[in-house]
Design a protein around this ligand. Structure first.
Ligand code: DDQ
Ligand code: CA
Length: 287
């Protein structure tokens, strides 16, 4: 009878324990499935908007109120334009002289104290670079036909962004420049590096949450740069966006280029040169 009691107690332990192990195992499997479903990648497409397929996008920014400003390149087709986010409709456009190739674009004002501002009556100014030249243009954001030339000290003009105080510029090299928005003098430079290797071809820029994001020309990659030391904090790899457009038959598209940040609603927009679409994406932390 003692033996029977022992057997009983063994069963009464083994059965519930194995049941518990089984349940924990199942929960584990389902949580792995759930996690892999949730982490389809480090980003997610939230919205897709129309984009002018004739815009050779070289600069993109969000100006509030579902409005973007865009700088386009190619000689004879370069422009600066105000674009409605939801429809992609061009609401204002200033064509550039045929000798210029539009490049990086940023918007600065309000918080900036512009003593010698060219347009005293405007509260914000758009700054635009041009390719292979040190000439840039400053526009009244309310009236794109009001503009003035400036000369900067970078080798070339590619990307432009701002933290609200200085301009960040790129010139196709691995150098990230800080420029004074009043004198356009170089305040400091940083060499952008990933694990000790220089990252060349830095193109369109955006200042997002204390990071400088840069499209790397001829790649589907965006480098997230620390403005403290020029180190790459992480990468955003977006080959799918371009590949899906190609698969949908848009054969004339060029590279991914154009990042804009809506700091109020925390929205990130990306597009490309001659892309028919502009994407709102949600990005998960770099690390
Ligand atoms: N940049 O964006 C790398 C600064 C300039 C790209 C220039 C691409 C030139 C394309 C020329 C095509 C002529 C039809
Ligand atoms: Ca930008």
């Amino acid at each position: 009878s003692r033996r029977t009691t022992n057997n009983y107690s063994a069963i009464s332990v083994i059965v519930p324990v194995s049941l518990i192990i089984c349940v924990i195992g199942l929960m584990g499997i389902s949580s792995i499935k759930w996690r892999s479903f949730k982490s389809r990648g480090p980003y997610e497409v939230v919205n897709v908007f129309p984009h002018d397929p004739n815009a050779f996008t070289q600069g993109l920014l969000y100006a509030g109120n579902d409005t973007l400003f865009e700088s386009t390149g190619l000689h004879g087709k370069s422009s600066i334009r105000k674009v409605a986010l939801r429809t992609g409709k061009v609401e204002a456009l200033q064509k550039m002289d045929d000798s210029y190739f539009g490049e990086g674009l940023t918007l600065l004002g309000e918080s900036m104290h512009l003593e010698d501002a060219i347009f005293h009556d405007s509260e914000k100014w758009l700054f635009q670079l041009t390719w292979l030249q040190t000439t840039g243009f400053m526009y009244d954001w309310n009236n794109l036909s009001k503009f003035e030339k400036f000369i900067h000290q970078m080798k070339d003009g590619w990307g432009l962004a701002t933290d609200g105080k200085v301009l960040f510029g790129s010139d196709g090299s691995s150098t990230l420049y800080r420029l004074d928005p009043q004198t356009f003098k170089v305040l400091s430079i940083q060499v952008v590096k990933y694990k000790g290797h220089q990252v060349h071809n830095l193109n369109e820029l955006e200042f997002i949450n204390d990071e400088v994001w840069a499209n790397v020309w001829q790649t589907d990659c965006i480098a997230r740069i620390s403005p403290k030391d020029g180190g790459v904090l992480g990468w955003l790899l977006l080959p799918k966006l371009r590949e899906e457009l190609l698969a949908a038959g848009y054969n004339g598209i060029d590279v991914l280029n154009g990042i804009a940040w809506d700091s109020e609603q925390k929205r990130i927009f990306v597009t490309g040169k001659l892309w028919p679409k502009l994407y709102e994406i949600k990005v998960f932390p770099a690390k």
